[in-house]
Design a protein around this ligand. Structure first.
Ligand code: IMP
Length: 183
């Protein structure tokens, strides 16, 4: 059993990652003073969170940092790594900015960095989709009510948490992390 601390304050992410990392005992790191997410990449932000966790957890189990975002093709990939701080109401702003564009392609990106006592493991996951014209559904969080995954007709918020646990960008990043982890 691998014991790891997820350096995040988002319980949705904990739930998704617990499902995607069977055999790992994951807990959220509750701490004040999380680092500002001002890195240039998801990787930098995820690594900063994992390093922050390592400094707070003693004796140190493994720590996992996570950073994610949504990228709109019509906006040249924005809001991307800035997704969490882009707007008070990111859903409304994204719908507004993409409204006039023909291209409604979006993708979710998730980067995971896991620090073990002697190495750094990394996993990236991407979920492609298109932007709905109006929010729909009640599960998930953030942009899920307007994100329709490729091959689906409903939003992630309508498809629900069980779907998300199997198919999300976070689940995909976790599978990549598992593949990189020592057995
Ligand atoms: P983070 O907590 O800094 O990684 O912020 C990521 C931001 O990207 C969130 O606040 C959401 O706006 C968006 N985001 C990332 N993953 C998801 C997801 O699974 N569903 C919906 N929005 C997401």
């Amino acid at each position: 059993m691998i014991r790891a601390r997820l350096c995040s304050q988002n319980p949705h992410k904990l739930e998704e990652l617990r499902a995607a990392l069977p055999g790992w005992e994951l807990e959220l790191l509750e701490a004040n003073g999380y680092p500002a997410e001002d890195g240039a990449t998801y990787y930098e932000n995820a690594r900063a969170k994992a390093l922050f966790g390592r400094a707070h957890v003693k004796p140190s189990p493994w720590t996992i940092g996570e950073d994610s975002g949504i990228e709109a093709a019509a906006l040249g990939g924005r809001p991307g790594v800035r997704s969490a701080r882009w707007a008070d109401d990111g859903v409304a702003r994204l719908l507004e900015e993409v409204a006039a564009a023909d291209d409604r392609r979006v993708r979710y990106v998730c980067e995971l960095v896991c620090l073990t006592p002697d190495r750094e493991l990394r996993g990236t996951g991407i979920l492609d989709g298109t932007l709905a014209t109006a929010p729909s559904g009640s599960e998930g969080f953030g942009y899920d009510p307007i994100f329709v995954p490729a091959g689906e007709t409903r939003t992630v918020a309508e498809l629900g948490n069980a779907w998300k646990r199997r198919h999300s960008h976070r689940a995909r990043a976790a599978r990549a992390l598992l593949a990189a982890a020592p057995s």
